[in-house]
Design a protein around this ligand. Structure first.
Ligand code: SF4
Length: 261
């Protein structure tokens, strides 16, 4: 599984993929669009350790060009809450001051971990709202766990309160996917009798009640095409070459850090 990846034509953004697991199964998810994402393997294999996350980021070939770092794989990164929290300060130290550290979450991790203190570590949190009510959410996001919508809403409320109480200056955006361009849906979903559509204005009103803006996302195009493999390889190959020795060095420094030497 590739731990770091990018999108073509966007050298200023780097993504960190830490888990291929999600409490949801949104009908537009790129998980259903083929085996690779712009040539990267974001699915096959175990989740990386904290040291492996840091080593992969350190080995990223064009790190000086990166202005935004997103924890965002095919999955819910905060299912591995502690790994995210442990790795962010070490990842941040690898970039210039001013680099934006961001995370994309569905908020459904809140079914399991009722914690919001991770927000202190990020400059930007994007939460997938995706629908204006629970009934629509269940049609669009197709949760695999009970109470996902309620958990997401409880997370939003607790996050708002946490930011206010701690005066944390983290920007939050709620997001909604506009499925209008049905040709970019996963093939099996294009045949749905009626593609469920969120009410974007109603979603914007929900975001406004929390004091946040709504970001409308378009469907991701053509990410499954095999023609992207050389692009992914141009990042994967140097990461694989440099990350192994860096990983040992990281273990050494981690050991020294823990032992206080
Ligand atoms: S929340 Fe994200 S990763 Fe999970 S199913 Fe939906 S789109 Fe996919």
């Amino acid at each position: 599984m590739d731990v770091v990846y990018a999108m073509p034509g966007e050298p200023h953004r780097m993504f960190i993929n830490i888990v291929h697991a999600c409490p949801n199964a949104c009908f537009f998810c790129v998980d259903f669009k083929g085996e690779t994402f712009y040539g990267f393997d974001l699915k096959d294999g175990r989740a990386p350790t904290t040291d492996e996350i840091v080593a992969a980021v350190r080995a990223y070939p064009d790190r000086p060009s990166v202005q935004e770092v997103y924890y965002c794989g095919i999955g819910e990164p905060l299912l591995l809450y502690d790994r995210v929290v442990e790795s962010v300060p070490r990842v941040r130290a690898l970039f210039q001051p001013g680099t934006i550290l961001a995370i994309n979450t569905s908020g459904t991790f809140y079914v399991r971990h009722r914690r919001v203190d991770f927000a202190r570590l990020f400059d930007l949190i994007q939460v997938s709202l995706n629908a204006e009510n629970e009934e629509k959410y269940n049609l669009i996001c197709r949760p695999k766990v009970q109470g996902a919508y309620q958990a997401m809403m409880a997370f939003l409320l607790d996050l708002r309160n946490f930011l206010d109480r701690t005066r944390t200056t983290c920007r939050v955006e709620l997001t909604v996917v506009d499925p209008t361009e049905v040709e970019y849906l996963p093939e099996r979903e294009r045949a749905l009798p009626g593609v469920p559509r969120p009410d974007i204005d109603a979603c914007r009103e929900i975001a406004a009640t929390f004091g946040w803006r709504l970001k409308v996302k378009r469907l991701i195009r053509d990410c499954e095409r095999v023609e992207w493999r050389p692009f992914a390889q141009s990042i994967r190959e140097p990461v694989a070459r440099r990350a192994a020795p860096a990983s040992s060095a990281e273990r050494g420094s981690e050991h020294r850090r823990r032992s206080g030497s």
